[in-house]
Design a protein around this ligand. Structure first.
Ligand code: SF4
Length: 235
């Protein structure tokens, strides 16, 4: 079995500054990493790039900064502010409803348990785990597209969907590293293990990576061809 601690420590060597939604390592966020802000930024981060998440979060929180304010903000104004993050209609509706529920039903307190988080619109396991990890510091593995792709390429898991990857990783990654998995692998996936054309030549993990091994091991038929036909020693 592969040693996830060793692999993650190698990733940390090349990507020391982890990232999470709304905080991309290069820009200093103007808003606090509390549960409400992390939740809203993570919803905004869906299917967009870090820079867009940052721009949309900064614009929104500059004008509407609490569950109450967001719940009372005009939908059209939220849409306008978060437009850089894409899907403004769906995201604005979700954000406004999250603000309303947190303010009116939860006394302005975002819950930390998975079941309750999953009741919010546009919140699936990935977003819920991000909130639990980055806002509440509860050991959680947030599996986004980078974590899913890289974990399968390396061979830490062999899964078809992010839920399977989360379950697989939770069995092999030591719990004290669960929170780091996402922030390390996201940055690693943006800089080295790219979705297309991964930079395997400059990857410190290559010696542990199944994808790399497959690339560099000739197919069995080629091996046989290279050996050539067996010679009759008496000939
Ligand atoms: S060797 Fe290539 S595929 Fe494997 S982790 Fe590194 S960059 Fe990704």
């Amino acid at each position: 079995m592969k040693d996830a601690r060793i692999i993650l420590s190698m990733v940390r060597e090349v990507c020391p500054n982890g990232v999470f939604p709304g905080r991309n390592g290069e820009q200093v966020a103007e808003w606090p990493p509390d549960p409400f802000h992390v939740l809203i930024s993570t919803v905004l981060s869906q299917r967009t790039k870090d820079a867009n998440t940052y721009a949309a979060s900064a614009a929104l929180f500059r004008f509407f900064n609490s569950p109450k304010e967001i719940s009372r903000a005009p939908l059209s104004r939220i849409k306008e502010l978060i437009r850089p993050a894409g899907f403004p209609e769906a995201k604005a509706r979700a954000i406004k409803e999250i603000g309303r529920r947190v303010h009116e039903e939860m006394g302005d307190v975002v819950p930390d348990d998975m079941e309750a988080l999953l009741t919010f619109p546009m919140v699936g396991r990935k977003t819920a785990n991000c909130v639990r990890a980055y806002a509440f510091h509860i050991p959680s593995i947030c599996v986004d597209t980078h974590v899913h792709r890289i974990s399968n390429r390396i061979g830490l898991v062999s899964t078809k969907d992010p839920e399977g990857t989360e379950a697989g990783l939770s069995g092999i990654v030591p719990e004290d590293l669960w929170i780091d998995v996402n922030s390390l692998l996201v940055r690693f996936g943006q800089t080295i293990c790219l979705p297309r054309n991964p930079r395997c030549g400059s990857c410190p993990v290559s010696m542990h990576c199944d994808f790399f091994s497959r690339l560099h091991s000739p197919p069995p038929s080629a091996k046989n061809l290279r050996k050539g036909p067996r010679r009759d020693p008496k000939a």
